[in-house]
Design a protein. Structure first.
Length: 89
């Protein structure tokens, strides 16, 4: 009869174990990544000089996009087809 009560108590305590992780970065790498992402979001390191594309550059970029639709997407990719690398036999 004590087993259902103990199981119920364990299920009630289980969510509190997830709160054991402290907030903030867990490593120096994560802290550095968060700093870079903050710079990107805030735009504080953005260039003050606007970068504009010329009409010819925009036309070429648009044409490359349109040309990419000329190739059909295969139903599946055959694993045996493809190039070889130096490490393959």
């Amino acid at each position: 009869m004590k087993t259902p009560y103990l199981a119920s108590l364990a299920m009630l305590v289980l969510p509190f174990s997830a709160m054991a992780i402290e907030p903030g970065p867990s490593s120096p790498q994560q802290a550095l990544t968060e700093q870079w992402l903050t710079l990107q979001v805030t735009g504080s390191a953005a260039s003050q000089t606007p970068q504009k594309a010329s009409a010819a550059e925009r036309d070429k970029a648009h044409q490359r996009l349109l040309d990419s639709y000329k190739y059909p997407i295969p139903e599946y990719f055959d694993q045996k087809v493809g190039g070889k690398t130096q490490g393959s036999n």
